[in-house]
Design a protein around this ligand. Structure first.
Ligand code: ATP
Ligand code: MG
Length: 768
């Protein structure tokens, strides 16, 4: 039954079969990290370990599901009892079981970003602060930052740096808002996304009995995409895996070069800390890329060699042949969408690609619209991930708010959302009175509904509504989630309200969306009932409405993918992490877009954008097309754009038909005249090369007669070299072996202190 081990190379197999002690697999894209993690879980189960002792943390819930299915094929249905999911969903599950310990109801609500912003908005208003100055979104990120660094409100206040930053940002009352926000969430029995991590950390740290229980339970911990775990996530893993007598069975796979969530606090330090914190750590490096063909792998290596801070890694592919990278230089964003979709049609016909083999990636979700229009015109099925996700639509959120209120009456965001929707005679003025009463008496809204002093009619309306919700609450523990949810849908008046709008296409789609929530609940209860009581662990499957609600709030965009139909995927480069497609289109490769404007303004931003581009490129198995437009609508204005500097970091030998593009230099000239000097340097109008600080762009770059490239072996630390574009420099260091030797070179007068060049491609002449 161990034949799956034959599907691994030697190093992969060694990693999979090392099941005791801490293990780190650090390797480039497409090298089989996720496969290794999956098979390792299967291997652990095959050794007779009980499945609920195995925890597997993945980047999306969908990835967890796929992993479980895969493992099931090897070890059978036992695989379903493995605890697999995202950090957030697994922690929500544990917190639900232990909620009483930290003063939350087990049916606690999870506030999504909208709920958080809406609550912050009301707090800012109550405090009579200026919402322009105290922008609720900015405050939200600030609170999120604080929580991710374990700064509770008192610690925040005591933190001079945070307080000083707030003063400088002219938001001196941020700490007060934070404190109120925490109190209000607590009173509402609600946790936001950061709380799921923070409370999990508190739970393990402050309740030794609980910590022992989960340490005893999870003997085998696994983490995919380890490079994107943040400080707090790592701290929790540490609490679970590091204690006296621990087997330290923490198995992590990742690639520092693909770390793309620094803005969310993910830190490469975790990878470095791992070996410090777990001195027994065994590290495996995988070097073969099984995903992509040669030009794609080579281009990826060249791109990432421009980043200075990364762990040295080599990656090669046995997949030779290979199509070169196709570049589409487009006039406008409309032109780009048209040409991308035309090329998709051509690839489908010529190479027999299915829709599911194809992905269009972009830097910002707003870029999807033009592609959608073209795909619709060509009648090609597609699916957009990201953007406004299903569970963020108004009608869906309305229905969910009713359900949330039923399981947790103190959920104030849910209550405020639907107390008078559909209209039931509870005016804004009435709600304001209830709110004021609640604030004055430090009461939850739900309780204030009973005691607030209201005019007779309003009072009646409020009490009627309350009685209706209570009638559902009484049923919540007895009935199936589906039965109850359908009654709530009808009795709340929501169904009628939506039905009355179905005359328009939009109205109809709203009704269908709300109906789809009921379908999802039905599926959820069916699935839960299929899982029998697990006699060994004594766990009962949880089919309650509360369990369902906690699941949906934590679905990521990628989780919305349905498996069967064949569609073209549209998503941001961020969302594409871990995925692979035969043909990938990376679009909008322009300065200020990719790299983004924001990244250019921030230290370290450019490296992070480069890693993101690296992630995007390495999603492609066979075909990679990169497009950019000379003019594009941005922030409502038509703006000229220059090709991304990243294009110049790929050697021209990997591009198809560059000659043709070069000869059209004249027509491209206006594109290169953009404001940013760095951008114009990177303009492809001159040459597909790295930025050229010292060379006039109008000069063609034919090698001068006296330039003779030296063999790569001749390039060694200390030697002086000449490069056609960067001029003279001194080699500081050389890393890697054979095909993957990379030299760090300091060129005279260069704006970048050291450039990293892949010797296989860089043409260098040794001068001494
Ligand atoms: P990423 O960094 O992008 O997440 P990864 O390292 O997780 O990539 P996988 O997705 O596990 O890589 O593997 C990439 C592809 O290579 C998959 O299609 C996988 O099935 C295949 N693969 C991995 N290892 C092998 C192998 N030993 N033999 C054949 N195919 C393999
Ligand atoms: Mg992976």
């Amino acid at each position: 039954m161990a034949h799956y081990l034959d599907e691994l190379n030697d190093v992969q197999r060694a990693a999979v079969t090392t099941i005791e002690g801490p293990v780190l697999v650090i390797a480039g894209p497409g090298s089989g990290k996720t496969r290794v993690l999956t098979y390792r879980v299967a291997y652990v189960l095959e050794q007779g370990i009980e499945p609920w002792r195995v925890l597997a943390l993945t980047f999306t819930n969908k990835a967890a599901r796929e992993m479980t299915e895969r493992i099931e094929r090897v070890v059978g249905p036992r695989a379903r009892y493995v605890w697999a999911g995202t950090f957030h969903s697994i922690f929500a599950r544990i917190l639900r079981a232990e909620a009483g310990k930290i003063g939350y109801p087990s049916s606690f609500s999870i506030y999504d970003t909208d709920d958080t912003v809406s609550l912050l908005r009301s707090i800012i208003k109550e405090m009579s602060l200026d919402p322009q100055q105290y922008n609720p979104n900015a405050i939200r990120s600030r609170i999120s930052l604080a929580k991710s660094n374990l700064l509770t409100p008192p610690l925040y206040r005591a933190n001079d740096q945070m307080m000083e930053q707030d003063r400088q940002a002219r938001r001196p009352f941020t700490a007060d808002i934070y404190e109120r926000y925490v109190t209000r969430c607590k009173r509402a029995g609600a946790m936001d996304f950061d709380d799921l991590l923070l409370q999990m950390h508190h739970l393990l740290r402050n309740h030794p009995d609980v910590a022992d229980k989960y340490r005893e339970r999870f003997r085998y911990l696994h983490v995919d995409e380890f490079q994107d775990t943040n400080f707090l996530q790592y701290a929790i893993l540490h609490l679970l895996a590091k204690y006296p007598g621990s087997p330290e069975n923490l198995f992590a796979v990742g690639d520092d070069a693909q770390s793309i969530y620094a803005f969310r606090g993910a830190t490469i330090d975790n990878i470095l800390d791992f070996s410090k914190d777990f001195p027994q750590l065994k590290t495996f490096k995988l070097e073969q890329n099984y995903r992509s063909t040669a030009h794609i792998v080579a281009a990826a290596n060249e791109i990432i060699a421009h980043n200075s801070r990364q762990l040295p890694k080599k990656i090669w592919t046995a997949r030779s042949d290979s199509h070169k990278i196709r570049l589409l230089r487009c006039m406008t964003d409309d032109d780009e969408a048209r040409r991308v979709v035309d090329l998709i049609v051509e690839q489908k016909n010529r190479l027999h690609l299915r829709n599911g083999d194809i992905a269009i990636l972009y830097r910002t979700n707003a870029q999807s619209r033009k592609f959608e229009e073209q795909l619709r015109r060509q009648n090609l099925p597609y699916r957009v991930f990201g953007g406004l996700s299903f569970y963020q639509r108004k009608e869906v959120k309305d229905l969910l708010a009713y359900l949330r209120l039923t399981v947790n009456p103190y959920d104030e965001e849910a209550l405020a959302r639907i107390i008078n929707y559909p209209a039931r005679g509870i005016s804004d003025a009435t709600l304001t009175k209830i709110r004021q009463h609640a604030a004055a008496n430090n009461q939850p809204l739900w309780d204030a509904m009973l005691t607030a002093d209201l005019p007779e009619r309003a009072r009646k309306a409020v009490l009627n509504f309350r009685a209706l919700v209570e009638s559902w609450q009484r049923r919540a523990h007895k009935e199936s989630a589906y039965q109850l949810a359908s009654d709530i849908y009808r009795q709340s008046g929501l169904l009628d309200e939506l039905k009355s709008e179905r005359g328009t296409e939009e109205g109809l789609s709203r009704l269908q969306n709300a109906n789809a929530v009921l379908d999802a609940i039905s599926e959820f209860t069916d699935n839960a009932s299929k899982l029998p009581l697990n006699e060994e662990s004594g766990e009962t499957p949880d089919a309650s409405l509360a369990a369902y609600l906690q699941t949906v709030t934590l679905l990521t965009d990628a989780d919305m993918a349905s498996d069967s139909p064949d569609y073209i995927t549209l998503m941001s480069a961020h969302a594409a992490k871990g995925l692979e497609f035969r043909s990938v289109f990376i679009t909008g490769m322009e300065e200020m877009l990719f790299p983004s404007f924001f990244a250019l303004e921030n230290p370290g931003g450019l490296d992070e954008e480069r890693r993101l581009f690296y992630v995007a490129v390495t999603r492609a198995k066979e075909l990679l097309t990169i497009s950019f437009a000379g003019v594009r609508y941005r922030n409502g204005r038509l703006a000229e754009s220059a090709p991304s500097r990243f294009l110049g970091e790929i050697d021209r030998e990997h591009y198809e038909n560059l000659g043709g593009i070069g000869s059209r230099r004249a027509s491209a000239e206006p594109i290169s005249r953009v404001a940013s000097p760095a951008a114009s340097r990177a303009s492809v109008s001159g040459n597909f090369s790295s930025p050229q600080p010292h060379q006039s762009r109008t000069q063609p770059t034919a090698p001068p007669a006296d330039f003779k490239p030296s063999p790569p072996e001749a390039v060694a630390p200390g030697v002086r070299v000449r490069h056609l574009k960067f001029g003279e420099g001194v080699v500081r260091s050389v890393e890697g072996a054979r095909e993957n030797r990379v030299a760090s070179i300091a060129f005279q007068g260069d704006e970048i202190p050291e450039r990293r060049l892949v010797l296989r491609f860089a043409k260098l002449m040794v001068l001494d």
